[in-house]
Design a protein around this ligand. Structure first.
Ligand code: NAX
Length: 328
């Protein structure tokens, strides 16, 4: 049998963890022929809950699940990691300033980066889901100097999927007929969901929709604020949709994006589209041979430029704040 792939999931006892782990164990992350060994990382007070989830995973008798280990120590959890899903993070509490939030998460993602540097497999791929995801990925990567920076991604795929769904609803077509939206910038309310290059049934989405006011005043804020709308309705933040997006992100990264289609990925900028080098920023990207390539040469009009710049400015602010805190 093939050697199992080590998948480390942090925040394993949380709600995204619960929506994610059963799908990973069933083979949906990497493919139906790839056995996985789960390595779950939690804070000590949540280890018992993670053990409960592990019992349920065992009870599924997944043929591809080669084992489950639970840790409260990042060095052990990331030893031998091939795929890391970094979900656990410190949420913003009442009265918490943004700098407190960045500092608290720096205290999580710095040590996790160090642990990845110490123990990861050569082919390691890390997807950061825990917020503020882009800057958490930057911090983790900065603490893993021996791992190529492009192995650290932050998740824009949920925003991407939300944009596909809203566009399909507007166009009155099934979501499978819609492709090539882009989420630029930060995974925050300042992201820029862009349909300028999207297609509906192979035709320009802008022409099909033919309604600039809808795009600017409805589509963009609906996608950017969808997380808050889900919290308002459900009383809890997005979990199954976030887990679904993480699955799709890693599956595409490893197995490649379909021909002619791109997705949205936050990865370290190489200077493309005027984004300062090194910022972990949302770009349109295709995966080939296990690596992402930023889609080049797309025309950016003045409106898009302004929206992208606003989001990038927020990423720069976050980077400057964590630099000042000594977290990079
Ligand atoms: P939960 O609060 O349900 O679970 C988080 C889990 O992480 C908890 O079990 C906690 O004990 C654990 N944890 C905290 N610190 C840890 C550490 N140092 N090591 C290991 N585990 C640790 O949150 P959940 O709803 O699962 O969301 C997790 C994260 O995803 C949050 O930061 C959330 O903001 C973020 N999200 C990101 C999204 C994205 O698109 N990038 C969308 C969904 C979600 O909002």
């Amino acid at each position: 049998m093939t050697v199992p792939v080590n998948v480390t999931v942090t925040g394993a006892a949380g709600q995204i963890g619960y929506a994610l782990l059963f799908r990973v164990a069933s083979g949906q992350l990497l493919g139906p022929d790839v056995p996985v060994r789960l390595r779950l990382l939690e804070v000590p007070q949540a280890v018992k809950a993670a053990e409960g989830t592990a019992m349920e995973l065992e009870d599924c008798a997944f043929p591809l699940l080669a084992g489950i280990d639970i840790f409260d120590d990042p060095t052990a959890a990331f030893d031998g990691v091939n795929v890391g899903l970094l979900v656990g993070a410190r949420p913003r509490g009442p009265g918490m300033e943004r700098s407190d939030l960045l500092a608290a998460n720096g205290g999580i993602f710095g040590p996790q980066g160090k642990a990845i540097n110490a123990g990861a497999a050569d082919d390691v791929r890390i997807l950061v889901v825990g917020n503020p995801a882009n800057t958490n990925a930057l911090i983790a990567s900065a603490h893993a100097p021996d791992v190529p920076a492009d192995r650290f991604n932050a998740m824009m795929r949920l925003d991407h999927n939300r944009a596909l769904a809203q566009l399909a609803l507007k166009a009155g077509v099934p979501v499978r007929d819609v492709a090539n939206v882009i989420i630029w910038g930060n995974h925050s309310a300042k992201q820029y969901p862009d349909i300028a290059h999207a297609v509906v049934d192979g035709k320009s989405a802008v022409d099909i929709v033919n309604d600039d006011a809808w795009v600017r005043d409805t589509f963009v804020p609906t996608v950017a604020k969808r997380g808050a709308a889900v919290i308002e309705a459900r009383g809890l933040s997005s979990a199954a949709s976030a887990a679904n997006a993480a699955m799709a992100h890693v599956n595409d990264w490893v197995n490649g994006t379909p021909e002619g289609v791109w997705t949205s990925v936050a990865m370290p900028s190489d200077g493309s589209y005027g984004v300062p080098e090194g910022l972990v920023c949302g770009f349109p990207a295709r995966a080939k041979n296990g690596a992402w390539e930023i889609v080049q040469g797309l025309e950016i009009d003045a409106y898009a430029r302004e929206k992208i710049d606003v989001s990038v400015a927020e990423l720069i602010e976050e980077r400057d704040a964590v630099t000042e805190l000594g977290l990079l």
